[in-house]
Design a protein around this ligand. Structure first.
Ligand code: NAD
Length: 352
């Protein structure tokens, strides 16, 4: 088939390299900002305080209450902190939860964002914000949400626990896999997706063996940047929809859920998207679902939704919720088949 596509990219300034955090003050100044509110989760508070000190007179304060799924109440507290210290930009230090808080602030007041990404989730390069209010997670997409600058400093990821490195890396791979069969894909997103998957496939086994290997950490961050860029550029399908349902309605943890579901959703779509997924199958020993399952198992990733606390009795409801708001997927989304997929993922069986 002849090429036919629309090519449109998000503006991005990426500062990449071990030690690149040293450039943070220059990056804040480059945005013509003078007072940065540094954001983190409670777990990374000390790092955030050190970063605020490193910013010197550019550091306006620290807000360290970022939480998973960006609860609106937390955003409101952060907006109050932003106003109280007269901040004019945010510096988000952390993974998707902290980055989500920075995006939520920017969505409300257009504050420029500098992100120092410390997981592989990829949120830092997307114009997408997922937030929760009264237990309901909704997603918005807007140009103001896309961070202006991203710093990827592998030295900051040396302490990311191996289990999180693995699940977060598989989360990134899932963005790229769905990008390969996205209806609005283009040759550049396909290049990025394959390079991202390849980089993570090489890096993750090394990280499991030697978590402090800067080269592997750097390669994983590079892969996650590429996979995140794919997520921010093209539409996602069954995999992301199911993970959104499982996270939003059953409160399952984000990265672990993605890590378990990937092998099953790719197996579901394997036949319908065979041409575009063949290079992935080749990377994983010739088999798509089974190959990705074996890879995840070799890294010690969680394999079964039941181990994340989901009850078998909830699978019918999950399948039903996933059928709401129809969306495009290479293989038609049918309730019986989705219910069967969920059964496999729940029990941790290897996809056929
Ligand atoms: P996370 O941000 O919740 O981080 C998990 C924990 O690990 C936190 O306590 C964090 O402080 C800690 N941590 C992060 N980096 C660390 C490091 N280098 N060393 C030690 N500890 C570290 O996890 P996540 O998986 O990155 O993010 C999940 C959230 O991101 C979800 O809410 C998800 O919906 C969102 N997300 C959004 C997008 C998007 O494009 N909007 C994309 C991916 C994920």
């Amino acid at each position: 088939m002849p090429y036919s596509f629309l090519y449109s990219t998000n503006p991005a300034r990426i500062v990449f390299g071990p030690g690149s955090l040293a450039q943070i003050a220059d990056e804040v100044r480059r945005l013509e900002c003078t007072r940065a509110l540094v954001l983190s989760t409670p777990f990374q508070r000390e790092d955030a305080e050190r970063l605020s000190q490193q910013l010197g007179e550019l550091g306006a304060g620290v807000f360290s209450e970022a939480a998973m799924h960006t609860p609106v109440e937390v955003t409101e507290q952060a907006m109050a902190a932003f106003a109280a210290v007269k901040a004019d930009c945010v510096v988000a230090l952390g993974g998707g939860s902290t980055i989500g808080l920075g995006k939520a602030i920017a969505y409300r007041n257009n504050a420029p964002q500098v992100v120092v990404a410390t997981t592989y989730a990829g949120s830092e390069v997307t114009p997408i914000l997922g937030q929760t209010e009264n237990g309901v997670k909704t997603t918005v997409k807007d140009a103001s949400i896309l961070p202006e600058v991203v710093i990827y400093d592998a030295e900051l990821t040396l302490g990311l626990p191996v289990s999180m490195s693995v699940t977060s890396g598989l989360n990134a791979m899932a963005h790229a896999v769905e990008g390969l069969y996205a209806k609005d894909r283009n040759p550049i997103t396909t290049l990025m997706a394959m390079e991202g998957i390849r980089s993570l496939k090489e890096a993750l086994p090394v990280i499991v063996e030697r978590p402090e290997n800067v080269e592997a950490r750097s390669k994983a961050l590079y892969g996650s940047w590429l996979c995140g860029t794919v997520l921010g550029t093209v539409g996602m399908a069954l995999h992301h929809k199911l993970c959104h349902t499982l996270g939003g309605s059953f409160n399952l943890p984000h990265a672990e859920t993605h890590a378990i579901m990937l092998a099953h959703t790719v197996a579901y779509n394997a036949r319908a998207a065979k041409d575009v997924l063949t290079p992935v199958a080749e990377l994983f020993g010739g088999e798509l679902g089974g190959g990705l399952y074996d890879f995840a198992r070799s890294l010690g990733a969680p394999l079964a939704l039941k181990d994340l606390g989901l009850a078998e009795a909830e699978l019918d409801l999950a399948a039903g919720l996933a059928m709401k708001n129809p969306y495009w997927n290479p293989q038609p989304v049918e309730k019986e088949a989705v219910r069967e997929l969920l059964q496999y993922a729940w029990s941790g069986a290897r996809p056929e």
